[in-house]
Design a protein around this ligand. Sequence first.
Ligand code: BG6
Length: 502
Amino acid sequence: MSEIHKQADACTMIIFGATGDLTKRKLFPALYNLAKQGFLPDSFAVVGVGRQEFTSEEFQRKIEADLTQFIGKDVDKDLIKWFVARTHYTGGDFADKKTFKNLQKLLKDLDKQFDIPENYFFYLATPPSLFAPVTEQACESGLGDEKDGWRRFIYEKPFGHDLESAKNLNYELAGLVKETQIYRIDHYLGKETVQNILVFRFGNSIFEPIWNRNYIDHVQITVAEKLGVEQRGGYYDTAGALRDMIPNHIFQLVTLTAMEPPVSFEADAVRDEQAKILHAIQPFTPEDVLHNAVRGQYGEGVITDKKLPAYRTEENVPPASNTETFAALKLSIDNWRWANVPFYVRTGKRMAGKQSEIIIQFKKAPFMLFRDTTIEKLTTNRIVVHIQPDEGITLHFGAKIPGPIVDMGAVDMDFNYLDHFGETISTGYERLLFDCMTGDATLFQRADMVEASWQIVSPILDVWKAIPARNFPNYESGNWGPDESDALLRNDGRKWKNSTDK
Ligand code: BG6
């Protein structure tokens, strides 16, 4: 058990869409892990709200079974009991006032039973179309009103499907609750390795002086998955790789890598700097989309000896679908630090390996010194921030190969989380839920950031919609994406670093 630094405020979490997968796989295990580490107070309760009619007892039995399954063999039975006693359920239509009346009554009873002040946070694990209607119903029934305690609302992604819908949603929510009550979640910010980017950059004095255009040649960010669309064909086909990953997860990685040091770690100080990067990313003209954006869709292929189907034959995907399952962009950040340092980003499904990492590629050392030696190509330096599946940081540099002649080999200095800190059990949601319970919005998206992100990708979505891809499928499952993606870097004399490279 780790040292107890601080506990969450006494509060109740209300989950809309409580019978879904997210609740089972991530939210309850994350609450369990927080409780296990002593971060949850005794005055705590959870209420599941869903369309299905369960009694609280039935829901409790389900939660007990789910937790036992997800936590595995080391499950703490007493803690599960503690948990289950604090978990209740109320069913009903989210459009029906009665559902909210029942919820209100249940919350009052739980407040009394567990000595909880009226601090409530609502987690909307629902389709985005319900974000505003559910918030509205909650507010109409008085549950959004902060006079007797705090009230916060967490919204899952996707937050809008383009700039206009994101703006509309922000506008609707702003009419119901204050921006400070809104927590737009991006689960990438719950990852330890992602949070560590700020500590790595600003908590060490050796990296920051070289973290700029004078030393860095370019940055590569890859979020590649081996999995296909699995059972999510219905949603995914309306979204595509660009919407699904880039304005949210990948832009988090871009902003944390590129931002200026914030004046403090206060939520708005950090988010102001992130927002500045989003505003500095050069908008894509239609011409840029043709040259600096690549899309792909997976065809059949083989991954670890398994023959896999093409995207167009996946469940709930139309046979002539033109949705991209791969996207790569060359981004230009137009500010003093990053002028002429391209950020290449790519994401895709059914790729050759699971690889989420940020590569900071440094410029080559001058050749002069080694002119008369056998070293023709100097190894360039790079820092690799491994986000998953390995978690750590690698510094790649050149070293003399022992022997009578001067020859150079490439070597790595590795920091690995597991070796240094041991295994930390985490779903990635612990920190985010805890932050919401303590009122820290640093790792959540502000309205302006969401809009700035959509603003960057909207012209690409528009061009791709207007000119459907004619060569889909254009990469085999088990590849690193279409040839055009390699060409995007090759045209600049560069190359993607793939985890399968020797
Ligand atoms: C989700 C996307 O937000 O992130 C999925 O909708 C994707 O398509 C997932 O698979 C990736 O998350 P992680 O944490 O597995 O990298």
